[in-house]
Design a binder for this molecule. Structure first.
Ligand code: C2E
Ligand code: MG
Ligand code: MG
Length: 573
């Protein structure tokens, strides 16, 4: 009932008369109220102001007043009201009584409170948003300057959220963020602030810490308790994050400084391999700037056509023939010179440029392959191996894109091989299985690259229907030197064979490694021992001459250690 409460109040505050609406608002009987004064039912925090206005009214300074304040209901709960008060005087001018109008505004207040909450909180997790975080940080910094205490900001960015979102769907992503927010709150003290800046970025404000050790301990606690296994629906996902820490002090004296420093440290944690924390140091700024410049230059490089492909022969270890080449991208940067993929492909992937580069690589490699198949080795099959980046593999249009490139270039599907790294495959087994099956349906061949560096189990291999395993060069390098590496290479080749999967050894550099691999009946190999990745012209030359490699006897390895001697089939050399 939105009727207005009315009261006649004596100059000392006693209720003389009240109407039913007022009784409703504060849940008292009229008879009770007329034994009380308005002071009795006013919220203590609001009393002083009301009294001061009343004094001014009595003194004749003002004719009436209005204010918003809280009454206390009979059960003790506060209720927000809007009060309008006027004074009636006797004929001689002395105060007779007040007339008060009282409106219940609790709904409006609640709505305002809700709006204020919404303006300062993230709707998904209920955590403070950037605005509120900056506000609290500002207050804490001001206090820290006065008291000399130290505070820290943690900047946390999930490492694999995009993959989770892309593979499990946005709803699952949202659920994960909510669960994550809950766990984060459990890792800090009650006075500390956990905020969500947006996306998969969280910040934590730690107040009054003794030093960097305290902040590091919180980061470790977060890593142990918040960054673990989550069950989303019927799926289990492992979450890791990169965390940057920044402390207040000469380098971090404004909220913006501190947040930016923590962000920079977070990037450093990403750069050093993710799933770790780093404490900000001023030197990190230079890194972050360099990296940004590199991203911009990469994007420009793509637009200006600065990328080129080099091709590394893959040698059949039984015949010594080259029936396959791997396309490896190079960036011929005017400022930086010719860069190998290692130097920029990871950054391109993170900066979202990998899709553009990958598109170009696939198209160019297929065009080149078709030319070689037609003009250079028309009587023998030649396969081109192309690396797919993580982003590329997760792109929903990947299968369609590959199909289109095959059609446009006229490359027979069985002569295109796609390489994906083990890490990508394991990220989400079910989506992966579907994508791999669709790719296979196009007729292309599939290889798992850098095998052994990730965490895949061999049992997945049959399920993924991969054709080839490429044994990472780290293990090849250890052959004959490290018992463990040697054993891994042996086991991988043996298991792959029983599963009907072929093997390619990467990074063969010595005749000894080659001999050992041949002894294990590894199918193919590539590496500097045969040839480094070569520009198209030089590779075409090798293909044209139909070179074969004189392979060492499986166990004797009696070939010069330094490099291979290419036999030349076309000249009979
Ligand atoms: P990867 O596919 O395993 O490629 C083999 C890498 O090992 C190449 O490095 C190659 O130059 C190098 N390599 C070959 N033989 C030897 C050897 O005997 N010893 C040593 N130490 N290294 C050898 P690169 O070109 O820098 O490529 C690094 C990685 O970048 C590649 O590993 C691949 O994962 C990725 N990559 C290269 N090109 C592309 C591309 O076009 N697209 C995508 N998405 N990734 C690419
Ligand atoms: Mg590769
Ligand atoms: Mg590899």
């Amino acid at each position: 009932m939105a009727t207005t409460g009315m009261a006649i109040v004596a100059p000392d505050g006693r209720f003389l008369q009240v109407n039913p609406a007022l009784c409703d608002i504060i849940d008292y009987h009229a008879a009770d109220l007329t034994n009380m004064s308005f002071q009795d039912i006013t919220h203590p925090d609001d009393l002083a102001y009301d009294l001061s206005q009343m004094q001014r009214l009595l003194a004749g300074d003002i004719d009436s007043y209005q204010l918003e304040k809280r009454y206390l209901r009979r059960d003790g709960d506060a209720v927000w009201i809007e009060l309008a008060v006027a004074l009636v005087r006797h004929e001689d001018g002395t105060p007779a009584y007040f007339i008060a109008q009282i409106k219940d505004i609790s709904e409006r207040k609640q709505f305002e409170e809700q709006l204020r909450h919404q303006a300062f909180h993230d709707p998904l997790t209920g955590l403070p948003n950037r605005g509120l975080f900056v506000d609290r940080l500002e207050h804490s910094l001001a206090r820290a300057v006065r008291t000399g205490e130290t505070l820290a900001v943690l900047f946390l960015d999930l490492d694999n959220f995009k993959l989770i979102n892309d593979s499990l769907g946005h709803r699952a992503g949202d659920q994960l963020l909510q669960a994550m927010a809950d766990r984060l709150l459990h890792c800090v003290r009650p006075g500390d602030t956990v905020a969500r800046l947006g996306g998969d970025e969280f910040t934590v404000l730690l107040e009054n810490i003794a030093g960097v050790g305290d902040a590091v301990r919180v980061a470790q606690r977060i890593a142990e308790q918040s960054l673990t296994l989550y069950t989303i629906g019927d799926r289990q996902v492992t979450v890791t994050a990169s965390i940057g820490l920044a402390l207040s002090g000469p380098d971090g004296s404004t909220p913006d400084d501190l947040i930016r420093n923590a962000d920079t440290a977070m990037y450093e944690a990403k750069r050093r391999g993710r799933s770790r924390y780093e404490v900000y140091t001023p030197r990190m700024h230079a890194h972050a700037r360099d990296r940004l410049e590199l991203e911009i230059a990469l994007q420009r490089g793509l637009e200006r056509g600065e990328f080129v492909l080099h091709y590394q022969p893959v040698v059949d270890l039984q015949t010594g023939r080259i029936n396959e080449v791997e396309a490896l991208v190079r960036w011929d940067s005017p400022e930086r010179g010719l860069l190998e993929a290692e130097a920029f492909i990871g950054i391109a992937d993170e900066a979202g440029i990998a899709l553009g580069i990958g598109d170009w690589v696939l198209r160019s490699a297929c065009r080149q392959l078709r030319r070689w198949q037609r003009d250079v080795v028309s009587d023998e099959p030649l396969t081109m191996s192309v690396n797919l980046s993580t982003r590329q593999f997760l792109e929903p249009t990947l299968v369609e894109d590959v199909r289109a490139v095959l059609r446009q270039t006229g490359v027979p599907p069985e002569t295109l091989k796609l390489e994906i790294t083990e890490r990508v495959v394991m990220e989400d087994a079910e989506t992966t299985t579907a994508t791999l099956r669709d790719l296979k349906a196009l007729g292309v061949t599939l290889a798992i690259d850098d095998f052994g560096t990730g965490y895949s189990s061999l049992s997945y291999l049959t399920r993924f229907a991969v054709d080839i395993l490429k044994i990472d060069r780290r293990f090849v390098a250890g052959i004959g030197r490290s018992a463990e590496d040697t054993a891994i290479v042996e086991a991988v080749i043996a298991i792959a064979r029983t599963l009907g999967i072929s093997t390619i050894a990467e990074g063969i550099e010595t005749a000894g490694q080659l001999a050992h691999l041949r002894g294990l009946r590894c199918d193919c190999g590539q590496g500097h021992f045969f040839a480094p990745p070569l520009p198209a012209g030089e590779l075409a030359d090798l293909l044209r001459r139909r070179v074969t490699l004189p392979l060492p006897h499986p166990l004797s390895g009696d070939v010069p250690e330094d490099s291979a001697q290419w036999g030349d089939a076309s000249t009979g050399r």
